[in-house]
Design a protein around this ligand. Structure first.
Ligand SMILES: NC(=O)c1ccc[n+]([C@@H]2O[C@H](COP(=O)([O-])OP(=O)(O)OC[C@H]3O[C@@H](n4cnc5c(N)ncnc54)[C@H](OP(=O)(O)O)[C@@H]3O)[C@@H](O)[C@H]2O)c1
Length: 330
């Protein structure tokens, strides 16, 4: 098969389409012929040598895909999948390829009414947001969520899901255009982080209370400001370190306001945890996709052979939502 191979860390040009052996599904795995995959910010880090695949994962990038099942590995019969089924999948790697072997519990049906390309952009954001904002962060109806990077793949999905579940949503982004898109997707308030002090604005918008949950992609550079944005009993969930990995933590602020801080990576979680997250997504999120409440937001699509151009596009941050890659069959 053809796959995108990273022979050495570097610029997008190191993403080279290469002939490689087909993966063989091991026990508990199902083989998928990939129709489409999507670019995630983590793929950029992997390409630069800063985010190696976890042990046992495919060495090729790609954390999600859609396609059709082409073979069932040993011990997968109880999952109810058949050869030819259209699926999408949460991956630990290997989506930038014509075929990928996936743990059976990480396959999801394609939600009704969603096309193959759009379906490839849903597993990573839906599993990340469901497991962090809702399962770990416990965001409930009537509470306020502050989501950073509202125009990102993660942000555009989070705004829609939080709003659909009855939360008040405040989003940050770096331009008026992105903030307008955030509002269209359901954000109640948009804050341009380049022009405004977001903790002050969050307090203003919540009558001085603050947000109940913050979904953060910046890490170190936003730690203190995020704590200042939280209401008493608030929960900060960190999923990205775009602003660095360390900062001083004001425990006094945490103690007085009874705050909690969690940081999570989906990719490194064990297969059984991912399977539980996937089940939660199919039960709680897929119905909202199927009834049209939640729409996949695909900014643009490139062929897999132009993965380097897709990485350039993500690096320039002009996109809103996801960047997809289509995969030609052999
Ligand atoms: N831990 C996990 O399991 C997990 C899973 C998936 C994703 N993630 C993380 O989630 C983040 C988003 O991923 P993605 O694939 O959705 O990436 P993406 O689409 O490239 O989004 C990155 C966004 O960050 C925004 N941004 C940059 N600086 C900012 C700042 N100071 N304040 C607010 N927003 C800022 C950018 O837009 P503007 O600056 O133009 O507004 C852009 O929209 C990444 O850090 C990724 O690693 C983590």
């Amino acid at each position: 098969m053809r796959a995108i191979v990273i022979n050495e860390p570097g610029d997008p040009d190191v993403l080279v389409p290469t002939d490689v052996p087909d993966p063989v599904p091991g026990p508990g795995e199902i083989l998928v012929d990939v129709a489409a995959t999507a670019v995630n910010r983590a793929d950029l880090n992997q390409r630069q040598g800063n985010y190696p695949p976890p042990p046992g994962a495919s060495e090729y990038p790609g954390l999600e895909c859609s396609g059709r099942i082409s073979a069932l590995g040993p011990g997968t019969q109880d999952y109810g999948w058949s050869v030819g089924d259209a699926v999408c999948a949460l991956l630990s790697g290997g989506g930038y390829a014509q075929r990928v072997a996936v743990p059976a519990g990480q396959l999801l049906p394609i939600p009704e009414g969603v096309g193959m390309v759009e379906a490839a952009t849903l597993p990573e954001v839906s599993c990340t947001v469901w497991s962090t904002v809702f399962q770990a962060g416990g965001l409930s109806s009537g509470e306020t969520l502050l989501v950073h990077g509202g125009g990102s793949g993660i942000g555009t999905f989070t705004i829609q899901l939080a709003r659909a579940r009855g939360a008040h949503v405040i989003a940050t982004a770096g331009s008026a255009e992105k903030l307008a898109r955030c509002r269209e997707l359901g954000a109640d308030v948009g804050i341009n982080y380049r022009e405004e002090d977001f903790p002050s604005r969050v307090r203003e918008e919540t009558d001085g209370r603050g947000a109940d949950v913050v979904l953060d992609i910046m890490g170190g550079s936003y730690l203190d400001a995020n704590l200042r944005s939280l209401a008493t009993g608030g929960r900060l969930t960190i999923i990205g370190l775009m602003g660095g990995r360390s900062a001083e933590l004001d425990l006094g602020r945490m103690l007085v306001k009874r705050l909690s801080v969690q940081a999570t990576s989906l990719r490194s979680r064990p297969v059984d945890e991912k399977e539980r997250i996937v089940s939660g997504v199919v039960a709680n999120v897929w119905p909202l996709v199927e009834d049209g409440t939640l729409r996949p937001v695909v900014d643009r699509t490139f062929p897999l052979t132009e993965a380097a151009a897709a990485h350039h596009a993500m690096e320039s941050s002009g996109h809103v939502g996801k960047i997809a890659l289509t995969v030609a069959s052999r």
